[in-house]
Structure formats: structure tokens, C-alpha cells
Design a protein around this ligand. Structure first.
Ligand SMILES: CC(C)(COP(=O)(O)OP(=O)(O)OC[C@H]1O[C@@H](n2cnc3c(N)ncnc32)[C@H](O)[C@@H]1OP(=O)(O)O)[C@@H](O)C(=O)NCCC(=O)NCCS
Length: 149
């Protein structure tokens, strides 16, 4: 059974491992090593604990294992990662729905995010529109995407 719950400090190591695995197995097909290395380095357990103090942070858990992550601060969604072994089973959609329900309760009307090259189609299916393209030395190419709720 899939449960989506708030991140706790004790999740940090497992969540960091999941993000690093996803970067190395999935995002690496679309990004140079320099970007993957930069991001893998950034997403340490310590960084995730710091992130959870600034943002609302949720994890998807199946059979006691963390298989997905997502964060939100104000109208900005980030840290969307699903373990590649569980891709295309609706986990990413459930994480996004959790966040959208949360912001609706706060009467936030617009959402924004920065999509990786590989995730654009996923977000388009959820109603997000591609805006400008960014090319950052550390994070590589991303697309600003927005959705009106
Ligand atoms: C993007 C990601 C979160 C999607 O998670 P997921 O659990 O596999 O997504 P879902 O199963 O909910 O997919 C929903 C729909 O999007 C489609 N989809 C998902 N990932 C896709 C991709 N990379 N390319 C094209 N379509 C995709 C699915 O086929 C599905 O379509 P359907 O409704 O027609 O069946 C996941 O692929 C991932 O972790 N990618 C690597 C990390 C990343 O780049 N995250 C985004 C950071 S901005």
C-alpha cells in the first residue's frame, strides 16, 4: 500500500539515497555528468533536513520503503523524485495531487516548478504549461512550468 506522509529527520538517509539513485539511473540519460554530480552532491541527508525546515516535504512510502519525494514552498513545487523501479505506476501523480490539494486549501491559485528535460511530458499530462527555458551551469537545462488551479 502506498502512503504519502510528511518527511521526518530519520528519513534523510533513505530519501537522499533514493534521489541519488534516480539522478544516476534516470536523469543521467539526459544530463551531463557535471550536472548529475553537482546535484548528487547537493542532495545529502543534511541538505534534506535543512530543506524540510524551509519547505513542506512529503515522502511516498510503500512497504516501509521511501520510493518518492516532493516539496513545496509557497507556490513552488520541487524535489520531485520517484525511484526508477517504481516509475509509471502513478506514484509521481499521487505526490503532485497531494501538493495540489494542500495548496488549494491555502487558496493558492497558481503553481510553478522547474522541470528537468525528462519530466516535461509528465507535468504536461498533469496540466502544467511549459514557459521559458533556463540553462544553468550547475543544474543544466530546465523549463519553468506553471499551472492555474
Ligand atoms: C518524472 C517522474 C517524477 C514521474 O514519476 P512517475 O511515478 O513515473 O509518474 P506517473 O506514473 O504518475 O506518470 C503519469 C503520466 O506521466 C507519464 N510520464 C511519467 N514520466 C514520464 C517521462 N519521463 N516521460 C514521458 N512521460 C512520462 C506516464 O507515462 C503517465 O502517463 P499516462 O497517465 O498516460 O499513463 C519520474 O519519472 C522521476 O522521478 N524522474 C526522474 C527525476 C526527475 O527528473 N524529476 C523531476 C524533477 S523536476
Amino acid at each position: 500500500m502506498l502512503v504519502i506522509r510528511k518527511f521526518e529527520d530519520d528519513d534523510a538517509l533513505e530519501a537522499s539515497d533514493l534521489i541519488r539513485k534516480t539522478l544516476s539511473e534516470e536523469n543521467s540519460k539526459f544530463y551531463p555528468n557535471s550536472v548529475i554530480d553537482y546535484m548528487s552532491n547537493e542532495y545529502s541527508p543534511k541538505f534534506l533536513i535543512e530543506l524540510s525546515k524551509e519547505r513542506e516535504f512529503f515522502v511516498a512510502v510503500a512497504n516501509t520503503k521511501i520510493i518518492g519525494t516532493i516539496t513545496i514552498i509557497d507556490d513552488y513545487i520541487g524535489t520531485v523524485f520517484v525511484n526508477p523501479e517504481h516509475h509509471n505506476k502513478g506514484i509521481g501523480t499521487k505526490l503532485m495531487e497531494t501538493i495540489e490539494n494542500l495548496v488549494r486549501e491555502k487558496r493558492i491559485k497558481n503553481l510553478r516548478l522547474e522541470s528537468s528535460i525528462n519530466a516535461v511530458e509528465f507535468y504536461e499530462k498533469l496540466g502544467y504549461n511549459k514557459k521559458e527555458k533556463k540553462d544553468d551551469r550547475d543544474y543544466g537545462i530546465t523549463y519553468i512550468m506553471t499551472k492555474k488551479l
